[in-house]
Design a binder for this molecule. Structure first.
Ligand SMILES: NC(=O)c1ccc[n+]([C@@H]2O[C@H](COP(=O)([O-])OP(=O)(O)OC[C@H]3O[C@@H](n4cnc5c(N)ncnc54)[C@H](O)[C@@H]3O)[C@@H](O)[C@H]2O)c1
Length: 370
């Protein structure tokens, strides 16, 4: 198969759909990989690295779209990229179509086969191509929070780990899933006093297996949230109710009653956020202050550590890319119900229930397309 990787064109997006090592895996199997020049320069990969991995460098994204059968990206295609899609293309990338009517219409009109990373499931009920970005965001949330706690950034001037003779900071993590677990690991590593609140007893039991008594595990409800959020120096919001907006677990009134100079990092901001006072921010201007509480609400946290994120994403996507390249999308999806869940738009039809319901399309069972 001919696989094409255009350079991402979203503002400040440096990740690449394929790293040289992923390209190497494909070319070793006699596939052809064409990549746009400077694909990886923002994350330390030169055109020479891609050539050494067996790729052909093309001067423009247009050339990549013209030559390739499968397009591998990171972010959803922007309007100019969508215009290049035809019925002969297979698109494999993050799409997030449910809130995006314009993109959905363009993908439907293109008649291309569009598989979204974020709706592929695993037998254990997880979203394996979202997990690496939650791992990155969870780990990063503690770095971001620690920086916000510094006086010059509006914080209370508390060091997460304290020092001998001085108490460490209280870090409260709401949601003990992927984000919460990775945030807890980092906070523990820095010597903070860590508490996770989750309303799922099964998750709490798993966390107990993982962390033993090194962190406090608390059942999340109104009273426990109020108690722990008010005592915290740093609160990380990492809740998720799949397919729904994040619940506003921390109210504006609770924010008012928090310690002065405390910090909230709302990782769940991409689902609307779990603090009532949250609004999405960017890496250029990541924080704002409400009632003396510093808010960090960046919706694409992994973008800031683009090299790590691209490598982590590739580790997760490569096995899927290889299957699509080796067997073609029809045979691959026909034999894998979890991979089939990734099919969002196909030959002019919407094949994801949530996208169809949200945007008023007729839903077509993806199984009928393979
Ligand atoms: N901002 C970013 O850049 C970025 C990056 C990656 C992920 N995210 C977002 O982070 C959020 C968390 O992702 P994840 O992969 O950790 O999800 P996950 O499903 O692994 O974990 C979510 C956890 O929230 C818990 N939860 C649900 N309702 C709760 C409540 N009322 N009180 C306490 N806990 C509750 C669940 O039991 C679960 O353990 C998602 O919204 C995801 O999209 C954001």
């Amino acid at each position: 198969m001919i696989i094409g990787v255009p350079k991402e064109i979203k503002n400040h997006e440096y990740r690449a759909g394929m790293t040289p090592s992923s390209v190497h895996e494909l070319t070793q199997r006699n596939h052809t990989v064409v990549v746009e020049t400077n694909l990886g320069t923002g994350i330390g990969y030169s055109d020479e690295d891609y050539i050494a991995a067996g790729a052909t460098i093309l001067p423009t994204a247009e050339d990549v779209f013209k030559q390739a059968e499968m397009i591998v990206k990171v972010k959803e295609p922007l309007a100019v990229e969508r215009k290049r899609l035809t019925k002969d293309h297979l698109l494999f990338t993050y799409l997030h179509l449910a809130p995006d009517a314009e993109q959905t219409k363009d993908l439907v009109d293109s008649n291309a086969v569009c598989i979204a990373y974020e709706t592929i499931t695993s037998p254990s009920g997880q979203l394996p191509l979202l997990t690496p970005m939650s791992e990155v965001a969870g780990r990063m949330s503690i770095q971001a929070g620690a920086t916000c706690l510094q006086k010059s950034n509006g914080g209370s001037g508390v060091l997460l780990g304290g020092v001998p003779g001085v108490e460490s900071a209280k870090v409260v993590i709401i949601g003990g899933g992927v984000v919460g677990t990775h945030a807890a690991q980092m906070a523990l590593g820095l010597g903070a006093d860590v508490t996770i609140l989750d309303n799922n007893l099964h998750s709490l039991r798993n966390l107990n297996q993982m962390f033993g008594t090194t962190i406090k595990l608390v059942h999340s409800n109104k009273a426990s949230l109020d108690e722990h959020v008010l005592a915290a120096d740093l609160v990380i919001g990492g809740v998720l109710i799949p397919g729904a907006a994040a619940p506003k677990l921390v109210t504006a009134d609770m924010i008012k009653r928090m310690k002065k100079g405390a910090v909230v990092v709302d990782v769940a901001i991409d689902q609307g956020g779990c603090f009532e006072t949250s609004k999405a921010t960017t890496h250029q201007d990541p924080t704002y202050i409400v009632d003396d509480v510093v808010h960090y609400c960046v919706a694409n946290m992994p973008g800031a550590v683009a090299r790590t994120s691209a490598q982590a994403l590739n580790n997760a996507t490569l096995p899927y890319i290889l299957k699509l390249a080796d067997k073609g999308w029809k045979e691959t999806l026909a034999n894998d119900a979890h991979f089939l869940n990734g099919l969002n738009v196909c030959a002019g039809k919407v094949t994801n229930q949530a996208v169809a319901d949200n945007l008023g399309y007729d839903y077509v069972d993806p199984a009928s397309m393979v």
